[in-house]
Design a protein around this ligand. Structure first.
Ligand SMILES: [Zn+2]
Length: 120
């Protein structure tokens, strides 16, 4: 069964995990893993991910592919039972293809937390 997912519906206004809904965190972990696995794919390209199919008795690696209309299709190539279509992923923090530069002026800068011996 194809599940449609828009991760921005689950993240809070700042785009981070919602404090008020910890029951969503595991789902968000899985979406984040899949988005970060597929965000740099060209349209109509795909690859396997480290996420496993949750169908009982399957456990195959899920594949992620970028569709022609810029969504991410996640599917199990073995049983075909788990299928997910992720839209709006590009605005999430997993979907940024350029990463973050080390700029202290940017509110999105995570790299100031990088230990200094890795900054060279
Ligand atoms: Zn499967």
């Amino acid at each position: 069964m194809l599940l449609h997912v828009d991760p921005t519906h689950w993240l809070d206004e700042e785009g981070t995990y919602p404090d008020a809904a910890p029951q969503l965190w595991k789902k968000l972990d899985r979406i984040g893993l899949l988005v970060s696995s597929g965000c740099d794919l060209k349209p109509l390209h795909g690859r396997p991910t480290v996420a496993k199919c949750k169908t009982r008795g399957c456990g195959c690696s899920m594949f992620v592919a970028r569709t022609g209309d810029d969504r991410l299709l996640v599917y199990c190539p073995m049983c075909g039972k788990e299928e997910m279509l992720i839209s709006n992923w590009r605005s999430t923090f997993w979907g940024r293809r350029t990463g973050w530069a080390q700029k202290s002026s940017s509110s999105n800068a995570f790299l100031p937390f990088l230990p200094s011996h890795y900054r060279r």
